[in-house]
Design a protein around this ligand. Sequence first.
Ligand SMILES: [Zn+2]
Length: 1081
Amino acid sequence: MGTENPGRPSFPARPSSTPFAAPPPAVTPFLSSGPVAGPGASSFRPTSPAAPPNTLPSVSSALPAGSDGSGFRPTPPARFNDPSVSSPPITHVPPTSGPFQRLPTPPFPSMAQASLARAPPVGPQPGQYLPGQVSNPSVSFRSQPSPVPMGSPPQRATFAPPGVNFPQPSSDSSFSAPRPNSQPSFTPVDSSYPSARAPLQPSLPGYATMPPNAVSQMPTTASPFPSHQGSYMPGPPPAASPFPSHQGGFASASPLAPGLHSQHSAPPVGVMQNLAEDFSYLSMGSIPGSIEPGLDLKALPRPLDGDVEPNSLAEMFPLNCHSRYLRLTTSAIPNSSSLVSRWHLPLGAVVCPLAETPEGEEVPIVNFASTGIIRCRRCRTYVNPYVTFTDAGRKWRCNICSLLNDVPGDYFAHLDATGRRIDIDQRPELIKGSVEFVAPTEYMVRPPMPPLYFFLIDVSISAVRSGMIEVVAQTIKSCLDELPGFPRTQIGFITYDSTIHFYNMKSSLTQPQMVVVSDLDDMFVPLPDDLLVNLSESRSVVETFLDCLPTMFQDNVNVESAFGPALKAAFMVMSRLGGKLLIFQNSLPSLGIGRLKLRGDDLRVYGTDKEHALRIPEDPFYKQMAADLTKFQIGVNVYAFSDKYTDIASIGTLAKYTGGQVYYYPSFQSTIHGEKLRHELSRDLMRETAWEAVMRIRCGKGIRFTAYHGNFMLRSTDLLALPAVDCDKAYAMQLSLEETLLTTQTVYFQVALLFQMKFFYIFHLFVNINKTTFLVWEIVHMLGISLTIKRYTASCGERRIRVHTLAAPVVADLSEMYRQADTGAIVSLFSRLAIEKTLSHKLEDARNSVQLRIVKALKEYRNLYAVQHRLGGRMIYPESLKYLPLYGLALCKSTPLRGGYADAQLDERCAAGYTMMALPVKKLLKLLYPSLIRVDEYLLKPSGQVNELENIMKRLPLVSESLDYRGLYICDDGFRFVIWFGRMLSPDIAMNLLGPDFAAELSKVTLSEQDNEMSRKLLKVVKKLRENDPSYYQLTHLVRQGEQPREGYLLLSNLVEDQIGGTSGYVDWLMQIHRQIQQNA
Ligand SMILES: [Zn+2]
């Protein structure tokens, strides 16, 4: 590949096909139904509630296109290599001594003059573009016929056939004692923080008025249910609580009255005996002696243990891969399409192929060497614990397609009396649900490329003023030793404002040379051979560059952003090798191709059919670029910093379709947010990454994955292209039945991720000891010392296939599907579907669809039992789904979905959407229902107790009544910490923690260590919380009770069970759901 011309429009060979059944060569960019994504940091950070859309004076009239017609052209062929082409307009800065001395500080605009003759860099171009070229991302709430009429009386549940060997879960669910069933009343719950909520704006008007017969737009499916006890454990007794009536109220759920079923006629054998455990219910009547609405707040289920991974499937199939890698929305796969249509929740899976393993657990690596990887001849399934050996060990049967395959001679082993291979204990691939195969050379379509990191950095005035450039430069420098792939790692930089600045960092130079290109309309790459350099060879030049970068531009007053042309330039430089492109963007792209308009966030648009258009890219340039980047194995992460509108909807597309993520730091200031950026950029650079990956999930005959949701691009119908993938990324997919009836008793799923390794941890050891690593490494090799360090000892560039296999039972019984539902996986799919829906519909429609699906599911469930039981006014739900309504409510209040115009800034909304589309289940659930803990009592206790830290980690319900005005609390959503100081918190505590700032306005105070035990203890807690959740860095935000509007948007908006602004509280929400379930019941 090294000889391939980067500018040539032909594509480098793609590493995809072999391992996976014949994918077509072309990338189909927009098949992806996955919408937005990209884990960003920011969206969950406070933004000033009232910030109006900003105006960039110079941009407002810019036209949307560059001068060359289509959104994106193939790069000019061999422009820079061809001597016959006239020399490009380059400004070479004459070398002088001292780092960058030849670059007079703000080198532009004067330096950019060389090419002025060609085209003025600024101003509207008479562009024509072809908007039809790229279609909008399809959004995938596909509607399915929902044959279950709302309200029709249940026909009676179908119960498990004798053939289904499904262990009955132990009965642990509880029933609350039946309450008098008076009609639910709908008295609104009073908000106790009216003023605080003002900035949050009223908003979810659709909730109460949703027509009962509205058609669900989401596909129907089934869900399984794990059953956990969700009841709230009372927190530390709030001595003399200010809220006596409530504080005690959150005691655990009322004990249940068993025997409910006994009053009914005999149920079908085998299932009814466990009926009592099948569902839980809430009595909807009013509480005796109370005028409160009919629900007992304290009895409501709450996920105070966070995400609890279901384990029933693992008990049934111990050889399955761990649920951290693959979770089904129900572990009971329906055997018929009619059953699917009665399961109104998504039927599908959530896959996190590289999820981090706990310390000490590793995915075994299997090298078949000359034997070749054992796979099914027909369906290409990888050998796994569920294949069976027959014919004295000479044949094996594929568990997915049932084909009988020959066992290669090298792989032959005799069978014992039970039919097991005698060598099975030495064969991880036959006893582990997750393994990693070393891929032989035929799995490589091109030789391994060295890891490449390319940085595209905005240096316009706003970027300079924010301090972002300095933090980025320092962080990159500090990570140079840790970048994977040493000694082959390649690195390069482009900076831009109204012109594009290239850097020659050839190792023979003592300092980098800058080349400025100002012809934005016909982008070319000067010095094509020296813009990407080997990091080891050019290390000192790179370091010099990073040291100088912040000061080089410190006096820059350029307000323009030629982002599009800079992006094209980066693409041209990288296309030969592929790699990771990190974009640091601080302003709205204003010049050249890809310039964006100040679309603004118009109040009048909300609630109309045009609303969703704000949340999708306007200029096809970005999608086309994303498609090209993916094709050339370039993964993009976008870091966005502006305090003004920068059209994250458009720019984030680059991350979405290249398997990347969006980090968002609105109104970035290095003094405040520097640490967060430093941590997250370091993690991005150093976390384990699988390169040039493709992923496919196979499943047994009769079922099929039909839609995929997350950050990726689909290559062929079921192959996900992922130029770079890591442990922080998850993907969701929906399943449908191809046949009307499944006849098998078990179905199998197999996820296969083919990727290239670029780690070489052996080096890391030495890097820390001695900078002359290479020498040391060679000595080690000469001596034949073998080292096993960390997880991988693979040589650089090895290809691997990580395979996860899972079996699940097929059932003929709807109640079994519900019993085996996995709320975490369902919420994960729900979120993705709802966010995708906001790209083609109003926010309100997306929220309504969430609620409607919950209603339909619970109604169907209720119908299962209505015949046998007098359910009266009770709301019943499967134990496994007891948190679903609350997560649904939290989802409707999350940044991508909540409210309307004023409830979240447009960029913040889009960034949050990109982020949530990629989050693994656990992180998503924590974001939706953050953890609230009380810490003041812990701080006051003498330290030294064992487990004292664990003791305070008890989570509290997210209601304002959980907050004692004498307390100190931490609210943690995984993206930031909010430390809430009660109004009457002991001054001692405040003084100890804040020092001299204790009385100051807390928005101006940062938490730092004071010289006392209490302060150190608090910081220890904060540190512990961060360690538990390292994928993002949580800044601490301090807020005092009553400090408005900060308290509102920092903390109160997280109290998702409260009625906030115009949104429903938990009780109201349940009442609405219950009322709709009962309509026409
Ligand atoms: Zn097969």
